[in-house]
Design a protein around this ligand. Sequence first.
Ligand SMILES: [Zn+2]
Length: 247
Amino acid sequence: MSRMRQRSVVSLHDVAPASLGASSTLLTLCERHGVRASLLVIPGPWRGGDPSSDSDFRRWLDGAVERGHEVSLHGWSHDGTGQANWRNRFVARGCGEFSALGRADAVGRIEQGLAVMERLGHRVRGFTPPGWLASTGTIEAVRAVGLEYLTTQRSVKVLTAGVDIRVPAVCQRPHSTLEPIAALAVRRYAVSRVSSGQSIRVALHPADLNSPAMFESATSLVQLAAFAGSTTYAELADGFIAVEAVA
Ligand SMILES: [Zn+2]
């Protein structure tokens, strides 16, 4: 949005006990550059881990929140099983848990996730569906359970303010066979946005640690985000509501 001053949000995707090592490394990278991140937590069982029963994970998450990072919701199990549509198979590579859910099913999964986060002592204000794929029922569900924002790859929908903040999220494509070229293109795009005064969202994934080149590229995206003035999704939503209120 042109009237929004330049800002950035760095989000850590797939934060869970199974990815604790990677999430911790990426969060340290953010902190080294003064970036507070939005941690997208998978609250259900995923890859053999379970946040409810993992004390190491809970301690780490508590510490992150104390240092100013945000806890946000990223699906329930991050599992696309049973979602046999093409988007899940080809766009989200099997991560389209919410890509085809009806409202009732989506409400059920989101409420399950919110209950876990509440037991862990964290208030969650927003939702990012795995693969950024949200069915119409999911969008209705996020609103119905009272969450304040929903992110897509192209924008942050602040439901409480009725606004769509159009800032794209950039991420590396870790499974692409064109990995180095894709990383370079992503970096160029991010540089062009930030240098022209536009806002940017940077999405980091555990696979950003797969190679030194990927990590280097992730590092430069975090540096760009820091330059653009980093905030969290929750604070972005708050700020936008405030701007709207005086406009
Ligand atoms: Zn994910």
